[in-house]
Design a protein around this ligand. Sequence first.
Ligand code: ZN
Ligand code: ZN
Length: 137
Amino acid sequence: MTDNDQGRRQETELTTNIGDGRALRVCDLCGGVDDHPRHVLSGNVANIFPIPSGAMARRVMANAAHLPEAEQDRLLAELVDTASSDRHLDCCAAAGCPTNTCGLQVVDAPGTGAAMLEHLTSIKDRFADRPDVVKAV
Ligand SMILES: [Zn+2]
Ligand SMILES: [Zn+2]
């Protein structure tokens, strides 16, 4: 563990993927690799987001070590893309969501992963139509 662990998720946490053909993604805040819903911040301009640290790159690669090389390459490319930032909703909320919406969604959600996805697609979610939250494949 390092001092700059921002998320509450543990790097060794075994996440349960939702499955159903959803693409695996990196979380730029905790280094997690899973198919849980993401808040995607996109700037269309390079270097809007910081270049990931070596520690973060190693964490992502450790979390992706069991995947085929092509998938690892794709995830690494996602990580080093400084024009966008993909974040677990709970990690984004903990870090201070730039659009001030993840906090409210996390508070209302019963959990992460499949529970979060179910919440995001239910009528109880006050931000059900957010285009910047990845819910589907
Ligand atoms: Zn995360
Ligand atoms: Zn957010």
